[in-house]
Design a protein. Structure first.
Length: 125
């Protein structure tokens, strides 16, 4: 099956609001994103921005996001959206800390944590 439309080009050329036309129920979704100069990151799940070079705040945030991932996985009833958004934010903060050579000594890769969370979800079934 092939695409009948050049979606990549469309995304490069249109505004975010234009791309979301027709999706009014999700229009207010603002994604996790970097500022143009990459000095700040806005995390959707926290609804806050953080300095990308602030090792202390990012380290604390990594722990908070992991705890939120665990908590959210235990609350899932019908939608995995929040869990997915937390997963994205956790992975991005992990990568930022990795690039700053500031990962806590006992930190494990995101995949390891996510595997544990999936096991928790499956155990609930």
């Amino acid at each position: 099956m092939s695409n009948k439309f050049d979606w990549d080009r469309y995304l490069r050329e249109e505004t975010y609001n234009k791309v979301l036309e027709g999706m009014e129920d999700v229009r207010k979704i603002i994604p996790t994103m970097f500022s143009p100069d990459k000095k700040l990151i806005y995390l959707k799940t926290q609804d806050l921005d953080f300095e990308t070079g602030d090792k202390a705040s990012l380290t604390s945030l990594l722990d908070e996001l992991l705890e939120e991932l665990r908590l959210e996985s235990s609350r899932i009833k019908w939608s995995f959206e929040r869990l997915y958004l937390l997963q994205i934010d956790f992975r991005i903060v992990y990568l930022l800390l990795s690039n700053l050579d500031a990962l806590p000594a006992d930190s494990e890769p995101p995949e390891t944590h996510l595997e544990k969370i999936v096991k928790l979800i499956n155990a609930k079934k």
